[in-house]
Design a protein around this ligand. Structure first.
Ligand SMILES: Nc1ncnc2c1ncn2[C@@H]1O[C@H](COP(=O)(O)OP(=O)(O)OP(=O)(O)O)[C@@H](O)[C@H]1O
Ligand SMILES: [Mg+2]
Length: 339
């Protein structure tokens, strides 16, 4: 796949009252054409700053940002305007123009791009249909629900047929059901129009339902990058583990392990559940063969992009030697940690 976005060594310092603080530190990151890429991290991690680098709303202090091979930090005013037509953006607070109708909001970027009135009329009708707001062309933003406002925001962002959509906490102001609807809409924007999407969020749930790959940001640095499955199943960095853990509640902290060990004395293991472990009854088969019993003391299995992942924590019952043999054999077929 070709690179749509490539950041190399991007550092951003903000100087406030003569004091520089580093918002981004040596970021390397590549987004392929047509993928949905997640950027996740806690508040202040630098997610919005990174996103704003892509359409040159922020310029790097050092390093380069390439969009389709072009260094966006070096663009003049005209080229910058063209770049921004090829990159749509949606926001947490929707940022609609309240004095304009829904039609007016969606038509504005088309007018700025020089479309004719007839072409604008057809395009807006098509977009309203696509986002499911066919009857709302002449409503004002204040007459719409949050989910409807975000649909308008998305229609406006993709109006000029951009190749990239940047979504900054696009679902953070919405309830869970509306979040699901907007997640579905963003996925169809990607699938129907082939638009590359970068989603910034602090919600692992949103990323796990949308993204192909993600990077985890902490204190202005990328601490981990990977396929969504890989990061959810085996987070490598403590910040990733805490984001994943608070999402799934299946990866146990040391404190949780200690509490469970007191409640269920004996030997304990945690088993990663992936496609293989979900498809094959390996845990029960080996437990039976080795005369070991187990109770599930905590855990969960979810489906991410239609594949299972999760973790089960078990308290084991049986003789020491039987348990040893069971754990050894299970470790050959699944990822097991003992605690
Ligand atoms: N224009 C600015 N001037 C000075 N400091 C800034 C500016 N924009 C961002 N920062 C600082 O850069 C850091 C990263 O901010 P950023 O908004 O990118 O974080 P974020 O991950 O998007 O956080 P949130 O989840 O709260 O939106 C913060 O310490 C912030 O205070
Ligand atoms: Mg932000």
């Amino acid at each position: 796949m070709t690179d749509r976005i490539r950041l190399t060594g991007v550092t951003k310092d903000f100087v406030v009252k003569g004091v520089a603080s580093r918002a981004l530190d040596s970021i390397d990151l590549t987004v392929s054409a047509g993928e949905i890429y997640g950027l996740i991290g806690r508040s202040g991690a630098g997610k919005s700053t990174l996103l704003r680098m892509i359409n040159a709303l922020e310029r790097p202090t050092s390093g380069t940002v390439l969009v389709d091979g072009v260094d966006v930090g070096a663009l003049g005013a005209d080229e910058l305007r063209r770049l921004r037509h090829s990159i749509g953006m949606v926001f947490q607070q929707f940022s609609l123009w309240n004095s304009r109708t829904v039609f007016g909001n969606i038509a504005t970027p088309l007018r700025l791009a020089g479309w004719s009135n007839d072409a604008i009329r057809d395009r807006v009708a098509e977009l309203l249909d696509f986002v499911g707001l066919g009857g709302k062309a002449f409503a004002r933003p204040r007459q719409l629900s949050g989910g409807q406002k975000q649909r308008v925001g998305i229609a406006r962002a993709i109006a000029t047929r951009p190749s990239i959509l940047l979504a900054d906490e696009a679902t953070s102001a919405l309830d869970p059901q509306t979040t699901t609807d907007i997640v579905d809409l963003l996925r169809s924007v990607n699938q129907e129009f082939g638009i590359t999407i970068v989603v910034v969020t602090h919600e692992m749930d949103v990323v796990s339902r949308l993204a192909d790959r993600l990077s985890i940001l902490s204190d202005g640095r990328v601490v981990e990058t990977g396929e969504i499955h890989q990061v959810l199943a085996r987070p490598q960095h403590p910040v990733s583990a805490s984001l994943v853990g608070s999402y799934t509640r299946t990866v146990l902290t040391g404190t949780e392990q200690a509490a469970l060990a007191t409640a269920y004395p004996g030997r304990h293991i945690s088993v990663f559940v992936d496609e293989k472990v979900a498809a094959d009854p390996v845990i029960s088969r080996l437990a039976r063969a080795n005369d070991v019993d187990f109770t599930v003391v905590q855990g969960g299995v979810a489906r991410v992009k239609n594949q299972p992942y999760g973790q089960l924590s078990l308290a084991l019952h049986g003789s020491e030697t039987d348990i040893d043999r069971f754990v050894t054999q299970l470790s050959e077929e699944a990822e097991v940690t003992t605690w």
